[in-house]
Design a protein around this ligand. Sequence first.
Ligand SMILES: Cc1cc2nc3c(=O)[nH]c(=O)nc-3n(C[C@H](O)[C@H](O)[C@H](O)COP(=O)(O)OP(=O)(O)OC[C@H]3O[C@@H](n4cnc5c(N)ncnc54)[C@H](O)[C@@H]3O)c2cc1C
Length: 398
Amino acid sequence: MGEMWENWSGSLHFSPKRIEQPESEDALVDLVRRAAEGKRSVRPAGAGHSSSLLLATPDTLVLLGAFRGIESYDPEKREATLRAGTTLGEAGVLLLDLGLAMPNLGDVDVQSVAGALATGTHGSGKRLPVLSAMLAGGRMVTASGKKTEFSLEEDPDLTRAAQVSLGALGIWTALTLRLLPAYRLHRREWCTTTDRCLAHLDDLIDRHRNFDFYWYPRSDRVKLRTMDPPGDVPESIPYARLVEDKTGWSNEVIAKTRTLRFDEMEYAVPAEAGPECFEAVRQRIKERHRKHVAWRVLYRTVAPDDAYLSTAHGRATVTISLHQNATLPFWGFFNDIEPIFQEYGGRPHWAKKHTMTADDLRPLYPRWDRFLAVRRRMDPGGLFLNPYLQRLLGEERA
Ligand SMILES: Cc1cc2nc3c(=O)[nH]c(=O)nc-3n(C[C@H](O)[C@H](O)[C@H](O)COP(=O)(O)OP(=O)(O)OC[C@H]3O[C@@H](n4cnc5c(N)ncnc54)[C@H](O)[C@@H]3O)c2cc1C
C-alpha cells in the first residue's frame, strides 16, 4: 500500500500504489507507457476538490502540479493555452496581465483548470455556460503513450467529448481556452425572504449577468448574489437589504475563499422545472431535515452547451445543491432528497455526491453513446478507467 490520498472535504480516502508527479511531458509519457505495459490503471488528479470517486484508484494517481502557467496566447482570437495544472485563480491573474479573462467562474478558484473543466464545473448566469465550453482544444497524453493535439476545428467529435471527460480520455497537459477581454464586475449580496425572491425570480435571473441565491433552511431566508458590469443596473432591489458591495476585475470578485469544509450533492434540472423542484426540496427539508441541516441550498442557472457529457447539454439549466458540514453525516439527508431531483430529470454533478450509474445516466444524455465511442477510440484497453468509472460509464477494462 502506498501513501493515503484524501480529497478536500475529507470524505474520501484511498491508497494508490503510486502517487506520481512528473516534471515534464516526456516523463508523463514514460509513466503512462510503463503503466500500460504493467496493465495498471492511471488516474490524473487536479486539486482533489471532487468528492465523487473519480480519482479513487488502487494503481497510479498522477498529479499535474508541475504543469503550470501560460504556454501561449493569441490576442486576435482571444485564446490562451494554459498548462493543465494551473489553478483557476492563478490563470485569472496571468490572463489579466494579457488583457483577457474567463467568461465565468464557480464559487471558488482553487481547482486546477483541467480538474474544473473535466467535470463540467460552472458558475451562475442565464447566458453563461459551464467552464468546459471555453475549451477549444489542447494536448493530452493518450493511453498509447503519445502526445496528441486536438481542436474543435480539426476534430469536433473528440473535442466535444473531451470538454467534459472526467479524465477518461487521456491526461491533459495543455488546454486552449476561448476567453473574453478582461472585464470588471460589480458584485452585491442582498438578504430577503424566500417568498420575495421566488416571486421575482425570473426578473432577477434575466436582469443580472450572474445571479444565484442561497436558501438557509433554519431561518427560511435567502441571500441573493448579483454581479453586473459596473453602472449597468439599478442601485437597489426594493425588497432586499444590501449586505455586501464590491467592484473589481472578474477574476477578483466572482470566486470566494471557502475555509469551512462541506460535502455537497448537486443536480442540474431543466430551467423551467427549477422553481418547482426547489419548492419540493424546500418542503422536504422543512419537514424532515431542518434540525440537522444548518447549511444552505444553492440555486444557480447555466446556459446550454453541446459538450457530450455537460450537465447542461442541450438545455437551459437550473442547478440546485445541498451542502452539509464535512464533520456531520450527509448520506441520510442527500439520499432522501436525491429522488426529488431525479423526478425532475436531474443530472448529477460529476464531481459531487450522487448514486447514479450508467443505466440511469444514459437516458439523460442524448450524446452518451457518442462519448463512449470516443472513449473506446482513445483508450480501448481502459487504462484510464478505475472501478468507479467502470460503473458510472458501464465500461469494462480490457
Ligand atoms: C469548495 C468547493 C467549491 C466548489 N464550487 C463549485 C462550483 O461553484 N461549481 C461547480 O460546478 N463545481 C464546484 N465544485 C466542484 C469542483 O469544481 C470539481 O470537483 C472540480 O473537478 C475540482 O477540480 P480539481 O482540480 O480539484 O480536480 P480533481 O478533483 O483533482 O479531479 C476532477 C476530475 O478531473 C480529472 N482531471 C484532473 N486533472 C486532469 C488532467 N490533467 N487531464 C485529464 N483529466 C484531469 C480527474 O481525473 C477527475 O476526473 C466545488 C468543489 C469544492 C470542494
